[in-house]
Design a binder for this molecule. Sequence first.
Ligand SMILES: CC(C)(COP(=O)(O)OP(=O)(O)OC[C@H]1O[C@@H](n2cnc3c(N)ncnc32)[C@H](O)[C@@H]1OP(=O)(O)O)[C@@H](O)C(=O)NCCC(=O)NCCS
Length: 177
Amino acid sequence: MSHTRVGVRAASPLDFHSVVALRRDIAPPGVDRGTRRAAVDVMTARQTHGMLCLLAHDEDGGLFGSLECSTSEFANTRLATSNALYVTEVAVAASARRSGVASALLRKVDDVATLSGIHSVYLHVEAGNGAARRLYRKAGYEELDATPLHSSFAADLGLYSGAFAGFEHLLCRKRFL
Ligand SMILES: CC(C)(COP(=O)(O)OP(=O)(O)OC[C@H]1O[C@@H](n2cnc3c(N)ncnc32)[C@H](O)[C@@H]1OP(=O)(O)O)[C@@H](O)C(=O)NCCC(=O)NCCS
């Protein structure tokens, strides 16, 4: 697969089942992602609160990558900030990796941020996820110091409980203004 064949578009609710299937396909063994129905319901609820799901697809429309971006994560957190976007659930099918798929998705996030007057895009990456850390660095994200404020944001998002417990979550930011 070459970079030029990667298309990126916004998902509609009709795509959510495929997105959930992709996430389940790449989930590490032992990670409980709940039922498909529940995961689709979560996406649907998030979309009603402004979440945008981006899809990477081939020429035939086949899905091989996705991410979500939204502003709702900042509500009621100590990092409460306006004009910021949060990216999560970055996922690329194993067969399509190292072909620029995630990079193409992140470039579309840049477009969304620029067009929407967003000043910063934030995301979390697990410290042990070297591939993702290199991806984000290359895409222009800086890893922020683990200040109490940044750590409290991770806690507010629930990143220190449930399936995320025991991981070190690094907050990354890309500034636009
Ligand atoms: C991390 C992930 C999203 C990368 O997707 P991808 O489409 O393969 O990434 P890209 O092809 O756009 O890679 C861009 C750059 O990131 C870095 N990178 C990506 N995967 C890498 C790997 N396995 N090892 C080292 N560097 C890697 C490289 O610098 C790469 O540029 P290069 O190929 O020119 O060297 C993908 O491996 C994935 O879905 N992993 C499982 C889910 C996950 O970890 N998501 C992130 C959660 S924070």
